[in-house]
Write a protein that binds this ligand. Sequence first.
Ligand code: AMP
Length: 486
Amino acid sequence: MSFDSFCLHPTICANIARIGYETPTPIQAEAIPHVAEGHDIMGLAQTGTGKTAAFLLPIIHRLMTTKPEKRGVRALILAPTRELAEQIYQAGVDLGRGTRLRATVIYGGVGMFPQVRALRQGVDIVVACPGRLLDHMNQGNVRFDALETLVLDEADHMFDMGFLPDLKRILSALPEKRQTLLFSATMPPAIAGLARETLTDPITVRIGHLAPPSTVEHAIYPVSAHQKAPLLLHLLGEAGKDSVIVFTRTKHRAKNLAQQLCRAGHKATCLQGNLSQRQRQIAMDGFRRGAFQVLVATDIAARGIDVSQVAHVINFDIPDTAEAYTHRIGRTGRAERDGQAHTFVTGEDMSMVRAIEAHMKKPLPRRELEGFEPDPDEFRRTYAPARRPMRGRPGGYSDRPRQGGFRARDAQPRGDRPQGDRAPAPRADRPRDERPRTERPRSDRPMAARPRDGERRSTFGLSHDAAERQGDRRPRRTFQEGVSAA
Ligand code: AMP
């Protein structure tokens, strides 16, 4: 199948070709025709499947080819985190280049005023996190009388983050006659209920790896912290020419490690939140083409990357949640190919290992390589005993702090917090500003959110004039103008 079969507007086809998409992913092949016909969709798919283009392409096509009945916002896309909102917006900029459609992105942690200006100047598409959008709606900054299509992306994460009440309030202010597309990786009862309430005769599209592929071989390497880099070099030696993704906890570590690997003669690059979109694209394209054999990435920066030929995922740092483990290793062992997931663990990581095993419902094999055995004293000193299972949580163990219930006190709306979609696990040894905001003493919390991986603290949504006044030369953030400046 090719993109031509969707009969999309020639400008969109040109954008698809320029970005380099050759064939539609399965979810695109299934969903695009239904979305284009105006059906409601229940999409069971996770990030990495190409779902963003699956909804953006037909939405952009329809907005370009039909006249609106009223003036105003015609498409609203809700996402749980600012990283995802930003990513969707960026995808819109790429896919909507040259279309004259205007878009803006709305999330917390940045000033309201530039967003108010962008909304008042008039936009066709709004990509938003629910908390901040509701603030704007309450202040009368935006109305949705002209809304044609609503997208609820990562609905299960929105629910996890306590957004359901906000979502319902937003839904109650939208026209009943509209198209609704709901995407979720899982289908807990609350999301099934939301789907029943919001979708009319939906078509279900189910794609992706909701469980880790069975073709992946797992290995846990108990090591001392100083052995991680030598062990990585050893494993890369074993990997030969295979493609490898290495995950680190921080963007600085991703950058340094990639440099270290290059010095050791590997073709390595990194993907982390301090890179510009262009640099990220260069890294990703190079990795996809095989110009780089190793990609060192952080979770948030790597969210959504989908490289089918990855043979090894190496968790240089253990992920912060058990779910993140399955997300990471979901990048290998695709399409029934063999893949290997290697995880380096120090003593303090053992409670997370157990959380992952509980989540996977099986023990993961330990592997010790000669010359890389951990120092038993150090391992014992840092050993973190298992936590007691949390009541009411499937899978039992979780180091993840609960996210609900902080809203009233937090400086920012829920979900717009700079934590990605999952708060990092509490770790006493983590540098102060890398601990979740809620764990830090008040005196230690920054006035405004510090940017984390994959996010930019920006004058996001600034109009051209306001941006210039503040010395920001970036173009006004519309699909159209994002394009002309690119
Ligand atoms: P998503 O699941 O929407 O986050 O997309 C995951 C990644 O796949 C993004 O980096 C997209 O740019 C990329 N992508 C989406 N559709 C295609 C396609 N048809 N061909 C190649 N890459 C794609």
